[in-house]
Structures are given as structure tokens and as C-alpha cells.
Design a protein around this ligand. Sequence first.
Ligand SMILES: Cc1cc2nc3c(=O)[nH]c(=O)nc-3n(C[C@H](O)[C@H](O)[C@H](O)COP(=O)(O)OP(=O)(O)OC[C@H]3O[C@@H](n4cnc5c(N)ncnc54)[C@H](O)[C@@H]3O)c2cc1C
Length: 393
Amino acid sequence: MGYVEACDLKDLVLLGGGHSHVGVLKRFGARPSPGVRLTVICRDLRTPYSGMLPGLIAGHYAFDDAHIDLEPLCRFAGARLYHDEAVALDLAERKVVCKGRAPIRYDLLSINIGSTPGILEVPGAADSVVPVKPIQQFIARWDALCHRVISHEGPMRIGVVGAGAGGVEILLAVQFRLCKLLAAQGRSADHLQYDLFTDTGRILPTHNARTRRIFERILAKRRVRVLTGHAVVEVAGGRLRLANGGEYALDEILWVTAASAARWLAQSGLAVDERGFVEVADTLQSLSHPDVFAAGDIAALVDHPRPKSGVIAVREGKALERNLRRALAGRPLRPYRPQRQSLSLISTGDRYAVASRNGWALEGRLLWRWKDWIDRRFVRMFSELPDVPAGGR
Ligand SMILES: Cc1cc2nc3c(=O)[nH]c(=O)nc-3n(C[C@H](O)[C@H](O)[C@H](O)COP(=O)(O)OP(=O)(O)OC[C@H]3O[C@@H](n4cnc5c(N)ncnc54)[C@H](O)[C@@H]3O)c2cc1C
């Protein structure tokens, strides 16, 4: 490559390998952009597909079924892959500061690093609960939790904090799997008791009344104690302290509360909302820094606020890819308008699912099979890639 060409090369850095960026990578692989050098920085080399996490916990999927491997995907896209964790941004110098290497320069930066359940704001939680994200850490801790439960004799209380779709799904998947593991040893699971805590007045607050009724019935049948209006204010010595003065002793505490953002983004000087999420216009471009884009959970679309969801992150991937190409070419960006409400398929651990949308809800085994088909097909889109010529693109 000649000197002039090297100078003309534009650096597009994708920070995080989330649901939006895997779509961007696939599309750049299918239609490479000459003059653009793609770099991916990601803490994990395997991107978990969140829709399949409850199925992974329940034992319906192996690790590989529910993860997208970034290495072949980056090879297909002709992207450099840096396995590292970003800890800061130098927005003036246009650099991403990482834990394990020299800062990485960009002409255009796109952020898709997801979110984690907010544990830092509850004293004691960070030391003693098992947060569901980062998912890689959760999977490792889940194996340890299974081992503890299996080797335990006598009553045991397992609490899940957070009763959105993620919390309810995780609790039911955990219960199903532990029951199976104990049954394989010829033991009953009757000594395991489950509590679901939420600070909201009802479970599944963003879903409709029919969906809630179905899950209230299922949770009651599965003998889960549901404690609504119970805001946890402290965790200490295996006990949850609540805002109303109550205390609950638990043997295991899983944390699946509302999404929170990495703090270093706000500290870097990017415009963020009151919860720390990167404020973007309907073009997915940062409100404060035009050379920065964001998508997925970490982005806050100021004109079209939406709940954090993998479905939305996936859809944003297409709009993001289009606008990244346009920004690199100096062309006007196109607005993106997310759907008002999408269909949710919420599983119950036992190969059964509930479909929820607007005012209606349906349930059954066929819905689980449909969800399973959709999810497997999604992951396959990123594992069955066309061959890349030897030596790369
Ligand atoms: C139990 C559970 C079940 C769910 N089920 C569903 C569902 O069925 N359907 C649905 O639509 N949504 C579901 N969700 C919500 C869904 O998980 C999120 O909305 C979705 O994962 C967001 O995707 P994302 O692309 O923003 O980020 P993610 O998919 O979380 O990806 C973030 C990426 O960034 C990387 N990363 C993070 N920090 C850094 C860093 N500092 N430096 C470098 N890399 C970094 C990570 O390694 C990862 O690759 C569920 C959530 C939970 C908790």
C-alpha cells in the first residue's frame, strides 16, 4: 500500500461486540468499504445471545449454541480484533483507552458495550450477589452455584432481585435446572425455596395485564414467593435489607435489576442521560461528539426512548451500519425510528413460552419451539459465514 493510500485510510473502531455490532460486522463483510480500516475492541471473544441465556441456564443449550464467535466474524469482515476492555475515552485525541494495550486511535467510533444490572448503588450488593451480567462471569458463577446447591443438605432459599422479563425468566430457568440436577441424583427439590423481589408494584411492569396474569399463575404454581413493592436498599451477610424495614435471609442472591451504564463513559465527557447512557440522535450519532456513535443498551435515543432490549439492539445494527458508512463518506446521515413495541417471547424454563405484545398474550409449548427456531437461526447467521480468501481480504 502506498503512502498516500495509508494516509487516506479511515479508522472505524467498533467498541464492544454486542448485538448491533455483530450485524455491522456481517454487513461490512458482505460489502467491504474500501479505504476503511475496521477494528473491534471487545472484552469477550464470544458474544452471548441474550435471548438464549435462560435456555442455557435451563440446560436446553450448550455454550456454543448461545454464543457468537467474534474471531471468524471479524475475519469475515476484514477487521482487526483486540481482545481488551475499554476503560476510558480520550475524545479530544480520538482515542480509546484500554486495560491491556496502548490507546487506539479512531476517526469514527461506535459504542455497543451493553449494560449491567445496577449493583453499585446498593451497598453490599457488589460483594455478595450474583449479577446476571456480564454474562460470561454469570455463567462461571452459575456453575459454582449449581455445585453449592447440589452439595447442600437441608432447606435453602434462593432469591432473585428484579422482576422484569429477564428476572422472571432467569428464576424459572434456575428452578427448572436445579430440579433436573437433583432428580438426576434421585433427590427431590422440595427443600429449595424461591423468592422474587421487585421494587415495582407488580411483576413485568413493562408488559400487559394478560402477560402478568399468566406469569402470576405460573409463579404461584411453581411455588415462587413474589414480593412486589420491596425495594432492596442493602445487602449484608446473605441478608437483603428493604426500604420498608424488612429483612430477608437468603442462601443465594441473583441480581437481575434494571440496566445501568459503564461509569467511565460519562467521566470521559460524552453527553449522557441521567442514568449514564450515551445520548444519541435518531441517527445514532452522539449529541456531543459527531465522530462517536452508539447503539444497543448503552445508547439513549433521546427522541424515541425505548426499553433496553436485544431485539432493539439487533435492529439498530442495520441503521448503524448505514450511517457509519455515510459518515465515513461525508454524506448526510439517515434517521432511524425504532418500532414502538415489538413481540416478546418469554420462556418459563420448561420448554414453554409466553408471547406478549400490546394488549394480548398467548402461551404454550409451540411458542417455545418458535422462539427456539428464531434464536438458533439468529446465531447461525453469524456462524455460517462464506469462506474468506486465504490471507484475509
Ligand atoms: C436474563 C436476560 C434475558 C434477556 N432476554 C432477552 C430476550 O429474550 N430478548 C431481548 O430482546 N432482550 C433480552 N434481554 C435484554 C438483552 O440482554 C439486552 O438488551 C442486550 O444484550 C443488549 O445488547 P447490546 O448489543 O447492547 O449489548 P451486549 O449484547 O450486552 O454486548 C455488549 C458487548 O460489549 C462488550 N463489552 C462490554 N464492556 C466492554 C468494555 N468496557 N470494553 C470492551 N468491550 C466491552 C461485551 O463483552 C459484549 O461483547 C435479556 C436480558 C437478560 C438479563
